[in-house]
Design a protein around this ligand. Structure first.
Ligand code: ZN
Length: 143
């Protein structure tokens, strides 16, 4: 998780929204509880929908460098094609413009997707029991 910056977390206990650090995002992604930097309560993300969103974000971040390379490639190819005489100057400009536009839109979309606030809930002391019960239920349903 390298480019996943700008994701915020909201602590349900002290009601503070803060920027999540990469290690905190990793902890959330692997469902590992971590301390709130303000009230020191142990936090976790209980909403499965938000967790799924965070995980798809991770995939999107991986797509991103490839997009950059593709844009540069198309720009260079269009430039070379113009030099060789395959396309006119206007044609080359059109291709470049479209590619830059598409790249800009993709960047905007990526930024839009990254604007995410995760509602983190404090882990209550009874949770280990709940967790054990849930594990027991899951085991029973598997049999
Ligand atoms: Zn807190």
């Amino acid at each position: 998780m390298t480019t996943a910056v700008g994701i915020k977390g909201h602590c349900a206990h002290c009601d503070i929204t803060f920027e999540l650090k990469p290690w905190q995002l990793n902890a959330i992604a692997i469902k590992e509880p971590f301390d709130c930097p303000y009230c020191q309560r142990v936090l976790h993300l209980s909403c499965p929908r938000q967790l799924r969103k965070l995980r798809t974000l991770d995939h999107w971040a991986l797509v991103h460098p490839g997009m950059m390379v593709l844009t540069c490639m198309v720009l260079i190819v269009a430039l070379v094609a113009e030099w060789v005489g395959l396309v006119s100057v206007i044609g080359q400009l059109n291709v470049s413009l479209v590619v830059v536009l598409v790249h800009g839109l993709a960047l905007r979309y990526a930024r839009y997707r990254q604007r995410l606030t995760l509602s983190l809930e404090a882990v209550s002391p009874v949770l280990p029991m709940e967790q054990l019960a849930r594990i027991a239920c899951a085991r029973l349903s598997q049999q």
